[in-house]
Design a protein around this ligand. Structure first.
Ligand SMILES: NC(=O)c1ccc[n+]([C@@H]2O[C@H](COP(=O)([O-])OP(=O)(O)OC[C@H]3O[C@@H](n4cnc5c(N)ncnc54)[C@H](OP(=O)(O)O)[C@@H]3O)[C@@H](O)[C@H]2O)c1
Length: 303
């Protein structure tokens, strides 16, 4: 399999490149603003040149773990949110489909309203936020235009080792190491998902040519405080500085699904026990940080 990862500099993208190479695929990755050795510059906002680069390279599969992923920022700039999370992936997807290649996009449980989660692939979406609306529109248009040539992977609360060191676990560990309090929402529930496992599963689904829509999340659906405490304990940190407040008191820019999270009936039938539970994932996270120097290490930089 020849694969391209658009957003190889990001959290899921970095893990995808690792997984693809571990499984013997020929893989290249791109960055938009944060360069790492070996990555190719590609700005998907430049619709014409990014599509022609894809048509010239003709990879068998394009993974697209990219976009404008700042949920509150999307709420402030609807046009940018739709351009980055809908128009840009659709443009690349059309280029991939033009020669019969396959396109794998990443979506979110924020396509649901969070009144009755966790949700299966068959539950009707009703996004509350601009981010969720743009992601849902991309799901619909990719399915309609590419059919069997596309796979949409919905995931949630992704955490784990990454080079940019931005995800929630990094923010939490840095705050606790610096002796700062950490306030998390008390009433937001979802499915923490370990990035390296999301990536490994995505690569296996690509190898099997799975198409359509699939949920790929960790096996637990828990609240943010429980998640945060588990990370703190896994990193040998005192969780007592973590407290929780209702979402209504936190003034987050975008509305969040409260009772969110995803169920994985399709994944369970295709690859049973594909995703490790939270405790094993956190232990692996710490072990990878000990083993590899190319990840950001939240234990070494307080903030
Ligand atoms: N993280 C989560 O909890 C979560 C949950 C559900 C769904 N998802 C979805 O999963 C995907 C990956 O998430 P992530 O957490 O890995 O994101 P991330 O770490 O924020 O990475 C985003 C990637 O997109 C790239 N990018 C941004 N603008 C671009 C552009 N104009 N052209 C090309 N590349 C561009 C970034 O490149 P530079 O950094 O080099 O600019 C980066 O590599 C996203 O679609 C996200 O919506 C994530």
């Amino acid at each position: 399999m020849r694969a391209v990862v658009i957003g190889g500099s990001g959290q899921i993208g970095g893990s995808l490149l690792d997984s693809l190479r571990e499984r013997g695929a020929e893989a290249s990755g791109t960055y938009a603003t944060v360069a790492y050795p070996g990555l190719i510059h590609l700005d998907a906002a430049d619709l014409e040149s990014s599509a022609s680069w894809i048509r010239a390279s003709r990879p068998d599969v394009v993974f697209y773990p990219a976009g404008f992923t700042w949920v509150d920022g999307c709420e402030r700039d609807r046009d940018k949110a739709f351009f980055a999370n809908h128009t840009q992936p659709l443009n690349i997807a059309r280029a991939v489909a033009s020669y019969g290649g396959r396109f794998i996009n990443f979506s979110t449980d924020y396509v649901f309203d969070g009144l009755s989660g966790p949700y299966t692939e068959l539950d009707p979406p009703n996004p509350l936020s601009v981010y969720g609306q743009a992601k849902r529109q991309a799901e619909l248009d990719l399915e309609r235009e590419l059919g069997e040539l596309q796979l949409t992977i919905r995931t949630a609360w992704v955490f784990g080792p990454e080079r940019q060191g931005k995800n929630f676990a990094y923010q939490l560990v840095r705050a606790l190491k610096a002796g700062k309090p950490m306030i998390v929402p008390s009433d937001q529930v979802s499915s923490p998902s370990y990035g390296p496992d999301v990536a490994r599963v995505a690569v296996e689904l690509a190898e099997r040519r799975v198409s359509g829509l699939i949920h790929v999340v960790g096996p637990e659906t828990i609240d943010r405080l429980t998640f945060a405490r588990a990370i703190a304990l896994g990193f040998d940190l005192d969780p007592s500085a973590i407290s929780a407040k209702p979402t209504a008191e936190l003034a987050q820019g975008a509305p969040r699904p409260l009772q969110g999270g995803l169920l994985t009936p399709r994944l369970d039938s295709l690859i049973p026990a594909a995703m490790r539970p939270l405790d094993q994932s956190i232990a692996d996270f710490v072990a990878r940080l000990d083993r590899r120097s190319d990840y950001a290490d939240p234990r070494k930089s307080a903030g």
